[in-house]
Design a protein around this ligand. Structure first.
Ligand code: KIV
Length: 262
C-alpha cells in the first residue's frame, strides 16, 4: 500500500467506495493497523479514557498527544496519521497554530479539532499555513460537561440543520475531512451526500464515507463497549485478523449494521 493522502481519501469518496479508520496510541498497534491497510490512523484524545483510565478526554495534554503521535508514527508506513488537538489547545488562533505545529512535528499529517462555526477562522488559519484539518461535529467529547453528558446529538430538525450548516462552514474554511460522532443515521447520510470532503462516522450510520472506531472498543477490552461499536476480536484468531476483518466489513458495507446506529 502506498502512502494514503488526502487526495486518496477524496478519490475513494468520489468513486463511491468506503475507507476505514481506527485509533492507535503506540508503535506496536500502529504496525498492525498499517499491515491491515487501514486507511486512517487516529491518535485520538480518547487515550485519556482507554490508556489513562480517565472519565473524559479533558485531562489529556498536548505533550501527551505529541508523545503518542511520535510512537504511532514509528509504526506507520502508509496509513494517514491524524492527531487530536486536546482540550483548550486551540481556543485561540495563535494557540492553535503553535500547538498544531507541535503535533505535525511529532508526526501527524492532519489535526482534528472539535467544534463548529467558532472554529472557522482557526481552520482557515491552519490550512492556509499548510496544516490539514479534520473537523469533528455531533458529540464532541471535550464539551461533555456543556452537553450534559455523552448523548446523541442532532436529534431534532433544528439541531440537525445546525450541524449540517456548521459542517459546510468548516468545509468552506478549508477542512479536508470531517468526523461526525453519535448522530442519527439519516443525518450522517445527509452530511456525506452534501459535503464534498470525506465524512468519517462513529455512531452515525452506514452511509458516511468512512468509519472510525476506538481500538480498545473493537478489541472488546474497553470498560463499556458503546452501542455503535463491534467486538471484532470475538470472531478472530488474532488482533491482526480482527483489524483486517474490521476494514473488510467497512469496505463491503457489512459494518455498521442498523443496530449500531441511532
Ligand atoms: O479521540 C477519539 O478517539 C475520537 C474518536 C471517537 C473519533 O475522536
Amino acid at each position: 500500500m502506498t502512502n494514503i493522502s488526502i487526495d486518496d481519501l477524496k478519490s475513494i469518496k468520489a468513486s463511491g467506495q468506503k475507507f476505514a479508520a481506527i485509533t492507535a496510541y503506540d508503535y506496536s498497534f500502529a504496525k498492525l493497523i498499517d499491515k491491515a491497510e487501514i486507511e486512517v490512523t487516529l491518535v485520538g484524545d480518547s487515550l485519556g479514557n482507554v490508556i489513562q483510565g480517565q472519565q473524559t478526554t479533558i485531562p489529556v495534554t498536548l505533550d501527551e498527544m505529541a508523545y503518542h503521535t511520535t510512537n504511532v508514527k514509528r509504526g506507520i508506513r502508509s496509513s494517514l496519521i491524524l492527531s487530536d488537538m486536546p482540550f483548550m489547545s486551540y481556543a485561540t488562533v495563535p494557540q492553535a497554530l503553535d500547538n498544531a505545529a507541535v503535533l505535525m512535528q511529532a508526526g501527524a499529517q492532519m489535526v482534528k479539532l472539535e467544534g463548529g462555526e467558532w472554529l472557522t477562522e482557526t481552520v482557515y488559519a491552519l490550512t492556509e499555513r499548510g496544516i490539514p484539518v479534520c473537523g469533528h461535529l455531533g458529540l464532541t467529547p471535550q464539551s461533555v460537561h456543556k452537553l450534559s453528558g455523552f448523548k446523541v446529538q442532532g436529534k431534532d430538525a433544528n439541531a440537525a440543520d445546525k450541524i449540517l450548516a456548521e459542517a459546510k462552514m468548516l468545509e468552506e474554511a478549508g477542512a479536508d475531512l470531517l468526523v461526525i460522532e453519535c448522530v442519527p443515521s439519516a443525518l450522517g447520510s445527509n452530511l456525506a451526500s452534501t459535503l464534498d470532503i470525506p465524512v468519517i462516522g462513529i455512531g452515525a450510520g452506514s452511509d458516511t464515507d468512512g468509519q472510525v472506531l476506538v481500538l480498545q472498543d473493537m478489541l472488546g477490552i474497553s470498560d463499556k463497549a458503546p452501542k455503535f461499536s463491534k467486538n471484532y476480536l470475538a470472531q478472530a484468531s488474532s488482533i491482526q485478523d480482527a483489524l483486517s476483518a474490521y476494514r473488510k466489513e467497512v469496505l463491503n458495507g457489512a459494518f455498521p449494521e442498523p443496530k449500531h446506529g441511532f
